[in-house]
Design a binder for this molecule. Structure first.
Ligand SMILES: *Cc1c(COP(=O)(O)O)cnc(C)c1O
Length: 392
């Protein structure tokens, strides 16, 4: 039940159709069009050794299965696994590694990922090297054959919005016998599908664009290889960090409109980036859709639109504070990917756990402000920033 594409969906169904239908078919008992929230911990068995394929809620849940099949289809993978958070999903991917293994990681990765790798997983004798993955040669140079088992990529990066060449880095990883995992949270599968470009694993914090409504925490891993699928299925149950049925249902509701929301995030992101780039109070805008972005050409090839995330350098903590204190429509908050616009200060919020020296090296300065551009009317967003920038 709910594991495969439903019968009524043809193999060449397009992305927007998959968003709505993949992983879902009318519930057999009642015909309910939406997969119900199977809020149950266990399942009654017919007789000893005879059951309907559902034994215990951590191991099997139809609502979660529906979501897993849905996201697997959107990421063109063979199976998906939903976890209690994006971090739990990243932890599950890391559990593919063994003591002594080495991983090459994007240097301005999500702060929580850096914290997990450095503060938790190093204790288990896993090693991590952080490089600028927008330069493929740096990835190549960091590979320690045969100990490097994983390349962990984020593109665009958080918060500096650097873009990595997924296809090129997949070649490098595979030439060294390593897997490529891409954290696709910032882009969403509407904007890019890493597996089509050679990635083996795709990770999402569903908390962001997949859910899209800022009302739940969750994570998903989509895999392609038989060995990885087998292990992830095992470890999801063995370690137990599953996504609950209600959260699974919320994310499924979110993915239904992903193909409608993303074009608006893309359009608003680009317009706001252009507005800020021409504003005299703004030092620099980091957005892959701007022609002066160092990987703009790559982003044009690799992405469908440039997403809704951008960062701006305002020059000082005082300038950043003035804007953050005076925005009215935009909400000062961590997180991203919701329909409402959020604005934050990476240095003290999302990246507070990154050491100061490292922040400086990456460009996460006191004057840097990150915006998750929502789907509001763009005139209202530019007007809000205009009045806030007037206070700088
Ligand atoms: C938010 C985020 C995560 C962590 O996800 P949670 O759901 O908060 O655990 C990982 N990677 C990226 C890029 C994120 O934005």
């Amino acid at each position: 039940m709910y594991r495969n594409l439903p019968m009524h969906l043809s193999q060449d169904a397009r992305f927007g159709t998959l968003c709505i239908h993949a992983g879902q078919e009318p519930e057999p008992a009642t015909g309910a069009i939406i997969p119900p929230i199977f809020q149950t911990s266990t399942y009654v068995q017919d007789a000893l050794g005879r059951h309907k394929g559902f034994e215990y809620g951590r191991t099997q849940n139809p609502t979660r299965f529906a979501l897993e099949a849905n996201v697997a289809a959107l990421e063109v993978g063979r199976a998906g696994f939903a976890f209690a958070s994006g971090m739990a999903a990243i932890g599950a991917v890391a559990s593919l590694l063994q003591a002594g293994d080495h991983t090459v990681v994007t240097d301005n990765t999500y702060g929580g990922t850096y914290r997990l790798f450095e503060r938790v997983l190093r204790r288990y004798h896993l090693e991590f090297t952080y490089v600028d993955t927008s330069v493929p040669d740096e990835v190549e140079a960091a590979m320690r054959h045969p100990r490097t088992k994983l390349v962990f990529l984020e593109t665009p990066t958080n918060p500096m919005m650097q873009v990595a060449d997924i296809a090129r880095i997949a070649e490098i990883a595979h030439a060294h016998g390593a897997l490529l995992a891409v954290d696709n949270t910032f882009a969403s599968p509407y904007v890019q599908q890493p597996i089509r470009l050679g990635a083996d694993l795709v990770i999402h914090s569903t908390t962001k664009y997949l859910n899209g409504h800022s009302d739940g925490i969750g994570g998903v891993v989509v895999a392609t290889g038989e060995k990885e699928i087998e292990w992830l299925r095992f470890v999801q149950n063995a370690a137990g960090a599953i996504l609950g049925p209600f959260e699974s249902w919320l994310v499924l509701r979110g993915t239904k409109t992903l193909a409608l929301r993303m074009p608006q995030h893309n359009a608003n992101g680009l317009t706001l980036a252009q507005f800020l780039a021409s504003h005299r109070k703004v030092r620099k805008v980091f957005y892959p859709g701007l022609p002066d972005h160092p990987q703009h050409e790559l982003a044009r090839r690799q992405m469908r639109g440039f997403g809704g995330m951008l960062s701006v350098e305002l020059g000082s903590l005082e300038a950043a504070r003035a804007v953050l204190d005076h925005v009215r429509l935009m909400a000062l908050a961590e997180s991203l990917g919701g329909v409402e616009t959020l604005i934050c200060h990476p240095a003290t919020m999302t990246h507070a756990s990154v050491p100061d020296e490292r922040k400086r090296r990456l460009g996460i300065s006191d004057g840097l402000v990150r915006i998750s551009v929502g789907v509001e009317d763009i005139e209202d967003l530019t007007a809000d920033l205009e009045q806030a920038l007037a206070r700088v």
